[in-house]
Write a protein of this length. Sequence first.
Length: 745
Amino acid sequence: MRGYPFIITLCASINVASALYSGKWCPRACATAVDYATFNDTDSSLSRKVRACQSELRINSLYLCFDEYCDSDGEREGWIRDQRPACNKRTNVTLPSYHDVVDRWEPDAKQGVRRLTADDAMKYPVLNETVIPDASFFARSFTTMDAAWWEYDIHLVYGWYMYYFWIVVIAIGIGTRLLSLIRNLNVQNQKYRSIPHTESEPLTRPRSILSRPQAWLKQYLIVPAAFGDRCSRPLGWCTIPPRMQSLTIFLFISFNILLCSCSYRLTDGNIYWPQKTAQLLRYVSDRTGIISLANFPLVWLFGMRNDFLMWITGWGFGTYNAFHKWVARVSTLQAVVHSLGYTLMIIESSGWSYFWQYWTAHYFWNGEVATIAMCAILAFSFYGIRRAHYEIFLITHIVLSIVALWTMYYHVAIFVDGEWNIFIWPCLGFWILDRLLRLGRMLSFNRNPFNTHATVSYDPNSNLVRMDVNGSKNWISPKPGTYYYIYVLNDLLYAYQSHPFTLAYESSDNASPPTPLSPLVPRPPPHRSSSSLSTESTESDALLTPTTKAQSISNLVFLIRPYDGFTSRLKSHCLLHPKKLRVLVEGPYGHTEPLHTFQNVLFIVGGTGIAVPLSHLHRLLQADSLVQSVKIIWAVREHAFLESVLREFKGQLGDERIEMEVHVTRDEDAKDEVLAENLKSVRIMTHRPNVAAAVEETVRDAGQAALAVVACGPALMADEARRTTVEMLGRGFRALEYFEESFKW
């Protein structure tokens, strides 16, 4: 922050004529006061800036003002030194040094120089003599400059406070991430036992002194909805993040309101804005504009797919996407206040005709366009539009973001040395970095990414599209719960679009019948067969050469429910018969929750959400897993979808630790004995599941043993699972954790 005196108090009892002022604002105050006059010793046809460098009368007046009021020789010479390059560039004139001019004036001659009063100066006189601002006029000029530049500096400081806020938030996230990793490492050191040895020796996590505060945090901050029980379900055209995210966002909004409402120095006799209401309007407009600009890099950072903050905090895309949206909304509101404030100032001072003249100024209309573009982005980003018209949302989001950033660059270009571009260039840097990392993920999936093929097929009975992507050249082993962005290159008009899909499982081309994940036979990992298709790397993976892995892991399977837009077009490709498409695959994204460190796991899923437990099953049933029981509550519309899952996962679903409860909600007359008759762990029902009862029953059965509740399905189902989890935490079941697998735009 620039050095300056914080407050200069001018009292009537002080002889201001003999007062000397310190600080760099003293020379600037002299220049401001002197420049109210026009000196006629230069060609009037030249620009004001050129004449200011050439006029000897102005230079004498300016330097004598320095001598009269400024006590620092260094500040005087510093100001002159800063002005010389501009004068050299404009007129090829070098400003003389301070002493070269002042030393030529005798004391009596100085005393005889005319004193310019504020009343005369405000008439913008044309002079043919040297003048010195009188003490009162200079005091007003100094106070005005001091307050204005103090505000300018504090605006910038408060802009940087945005980053301090998020540094604290991220630091908290890193701390909790480290504690979670340490806890999981301790849990993983425990040995796997299929059944507790005695009733008095249950397999539970050791209690720590932090268990009670951790349970309190989960019950009141981490797990609950922001208010009520509505979290996954939208509220009108808006979505409300969970309580911890909402609290963070609320604090951020409150922090912005506070910083935009405080620290305004309003002064009497201000020569720029005599009325204090005008001063306040100017300062508020500047403050909101600067903080809005300071928020720009945060908007771009939180909107990245490849945000490194996700990795260091363990927070998912949905968390940072919520931050991205709310920082953008705050920044947009601040930009609107900034633009309206300046519009009101111009109209009040000079009228509408003068306001329209401002639109000819390059910086002004670029700023107005930037604000309009930001408002348009906000309008096209509401949940209803994103969900119903994704293509419109995507195109407008990209185009308008470019317009906003481009015009903002030119809006702030008028400032010296492009100092405000410090907030523009990081946005471009984040955008380029994200695209490079996306390309890197594509290349890691296939060195020739445009040569990746997928077979898509549609089953009308289950209303399901299955996509098998050739993953034989994939160098990053997918893990449970991860997802991929897929571009379909056959649709040239929409080839730029990418949509995220959770990986259901991996399959092998030579598997007959298809059993993508081998049933578990507990054994040490090094002896695991290389044909076993793990969804998470283990020690035995290191024994496989790339060629061997390519042979054993050939296809990534995605189960897709067709709706509108992209998924509807995907369905149309294979409506009559399976079809091979050329695709780009970008991923994997996301991180795997450590479900294998829990003794009990409950999945509450609906429809294609079954991909989540399917992707986790193999890991949960491995020999080093602590899992004792896995319960899957699955609500599915079509019996045909159920049959396909039972057929392909018959081996794993037959494990004694798995219990599956299927609720066929549409085909109520379908018979359930087709495949389930040989799977004692599978129960098929023809009514909607009672999510609350299922969660409560499973929690009570688990007791104080660690239980993970994982929800992936319709919004109402997820909200019921979340609400019941909070209730059970309140009843003393501290070893309960809630996870929600959903991709929130």
